[in-house]
Design a protein around this ligand. Structure first.
Ligand code: SIN
Length: 378
């Protein structure tokens, strides 16, 4: 019913520039096309307005078996089906839906990231009537998209990234409740000025720090050292702290960015070969992140190869850690060369996203070093 309401463009498409006015006593869902061209379902004028951007993933996944939590098809059902499963959303918020893509998150590209950031800025940040945004996403690379949106959408409105660990066809699928909680947080005035957040499994976690800690279980998204920002009990958000900005976090614009340069991640291991580095450069990487051992460590031979690449090609190399948590301090890499860049508390995946944004914005080696230095403790 909800889906057909969303589909049903009011015959005389009602376009309102700012407040979406309506009789406050009218309790029937009302569908119209807003001035951005989004089909908007308004339940009640007094409720906040939220736009849901759907990208795919397990939350939109289906399986032939209601007990299967592996071997299913991610990104199989569209946003209308997702919303149909949770009509309770309309008690919390008026919603518009945008289908950005419908793919497993491994197929999310930097082109899609730019599209998401630009559309959230346009449809949510620039629309004074819109309270916040929700992005439904596969969980596998969710933390990368969340970090990207945290860095590039900076209007103070909540941007909530949500996924599911069980496909929509599973018994006790987690997607519907996660989606309800995500919309609840996106609608909440308490969620303003906290950057992007991941909401799953009743937890609210900073997009800057969150990581997927378990490949299979529902309690997977955590900020291991930093903890949660808050939680939801009976669909009411509770924040443990007032709004606060992660140390070293900076805002970037992608308004004029049309592509993100290629940045490769190289995973360090015992007896690592230097040609992995040279191959990345030869293949066109414009920046490299090392998932180093411990606090960014690589062999002395690999270290010399990195010096060659930095000096001969001017390619920035960020040393992060392959460990689940902890930091790579500046002092641990700068003893080799002033050009070595420490990732601070950013893991390899987040370091890669940040380096791509910096390169896309034309930052030089010094500016890149400074941008990363903020997230290290020295
Ligand atoms: C994906 O990341 O798209 C598949 C896995 C998931 O969503 O949990």
């Amino acid at each position: 019913m909800f889906a057909s309401l969303l589909l049903l463009l009011a015959a005389s498409a009602y376009a309102s520039p700012i407040v979406y006015p309506r009789d406050v006593n009218d309790t029937d869902p009302f569908v119209f096309t807003n001035y951005n061209g989004l089909n908007f379902t308004q339940m009640n004028i007094t409720l906040p307005n939220v736009t849901i951007f759907a990208t795919g993933g397990t939350i939109a996944g289906t399986s032939g078996s209601s007990t299967a939590t592996t071997g299913y098809t991610a990104g199989a059902v569209g946003i209308l089906t997702l919303l149909d499963a949770v009509p309770q959303i309309l008690n919390i918020s008026n919603v518009a839906g945008v289908q950005i893509s419908n793919v497993g998150s491994e197929d999310v590209t930097s082109t899609l990231l730019l599209k998401m950031a630009k559309e959230i800025n346009e449809f949510v940040c620039e629309d004074p009537a819109m309270a916040g945004a929700v992005v439904t996403h596969g969980t596998d690379v969710l933390e990368e998209t969340a970090f990207f949106l945290d860095a590039t959408v900076n209007c103070g409105k909540p941007v909530i990234i949500v996924g599911a660990m069980r496909p929509s066809t599973a018994i006790s699928a987690d997607g519907p409740f996660n989606l309800l909680e995500a919309v609840t947080v996106a609608s909440s005035p308490l969620a303003k000025d906290r950057g992007a957040m991941v909401v799953m499994n009743d937890r609210i976690v900073s997009a800057y720090y969150v990581t997927k800690t378990n490949a299979n279980t529902m309690d997977t998204f955590k900020a291991v050292e930093m903890g949660n920002l808050g939680e939801l009990i009976s669909d009411t958000p509770y924040f443990f702290y007032p709004p606060v900005k992660p140390t070293g976090k900076k805002a970037y614009s992608v308004a004029n960015v049309t592509s993100i340069p290629r940045v490769d991640i190289l995973f360090a291991y015992e007896d690592m070969h230097n040609d992995t580095l040279y191959n990345a450069v030869a293949s066109g990487a414009k920046g490299i992140v090392i998932a180093g051992a411990g606090a960014g460590g690589v062999s002395s031979s690999f270290n010399s190869a990195m010096e060659d690449v930095i000096n001969d090609y001017g390619i920035p190399i960020v040393q992060s850690t392959r460990a689940m948590s902890g930091e790579v301090p500046v002092s641990d890499v700068s003893s080799d060369s002033a050009l070595h860049i420490a990732s601070g508390y950013l893991n390899p995946m987040k370091s890669r996203i940040l380096l791509g944004i910096l390169l896309a914005n034309g930052k030089n080696m010094t500016q890149i070093s400074e941008a990363f230095a903020g997230s290290a403790d020295d």
